[in-house]
Write a protein that binds this ligand. Structure first.
Ligand code: IMP
Ligand code: MG
Length: 174
């Protein structure tokens, strides 16, 4: 099926917002260090840009998860495909995600990371679809709240495509 991409958030808007979040995190963690945990693959573009905008010392780690269940609906039971390299003990962890949708993946993941003894765990997401929430998750830093539409770009994919778009677009099927 052919699809078209309609721009929802331009490259300029996204860049400006990431700069703002970076400044906010730098203020909130003044005099401390932050440990950014990227959820692959979607969170990777956002995390790299965000890390560049944070002025306190930053360390990075990556994990990859997949949810059991159907392809289109996350079940909330998360399998770790690639675990973090570093322990979280005593660290100020910020989990960096592309989008919070139902909240199932994140609520499960956050609980699991909290069990590893970090000083604290916060959640930072570029996009949030609040209308779609099934499980409550506390989001500490949000780029944009968006309507319930399927979006791509800036790390987000449709069938593994469009992650490299420098803006956020809505997929429209013809
Ligand atoms: P949930 O919050 O557990 O439902 O799942 C969130 C995950 O679903 C995100 O990390 C994305 O990988 C994927 N996802 C949700 N909405 C979209 C979308 O609009 N475009 C692309 N991926 C999405
Ligand atoms: Mg994701």
């Amino acid at each position: 099926m052919a699809e078209k991409i309609r721009v929802l958030l331009s490259e300029e808007e996204v860049d400006a917002k990431i700069k703002q979040i970076g400044e906010q995190i730098s203020r909130d963690y003044a005099g401390k260090e932050v440990h950014l945990v990227c959820v692959l693959k979607g969170g990777s573009f956002f995390m790299c840009e965000l890390a560049k905008r944070i002025t306190v010392p930053v360390s990075l780690d990556f994990m990859s998860v997949s949810s059991y269940g159907s392809e289109t609906k996350s079940s909330g039971v998360v399998k770790i495909v690639k675990d973090l390299d570093e322990p979280l003990k005593g660290k100020n962890v910020i989990v960096v995600e592309d989008i919070v949708d139902s909240g199932r993946t994140l609520s499960y993941l956050l609980e699991m990371l909290k069990d590893r003894g970090p000083a604290e765990v916060r959640l930072c997401t570029l996009l949030d679809k609040p209308e779609r929430r099934v499980v409550e998750v506390q989001v500490d830093y949000t780029g944009f709240q968006i309507p319930d539409e399927f979006v791509v770009g800036y790390g987000l994919d449709y069938d593994q495509k469009y992650r490299n778009l420098p803006y956020i677009g809505v997929v429209e099927f013809e």
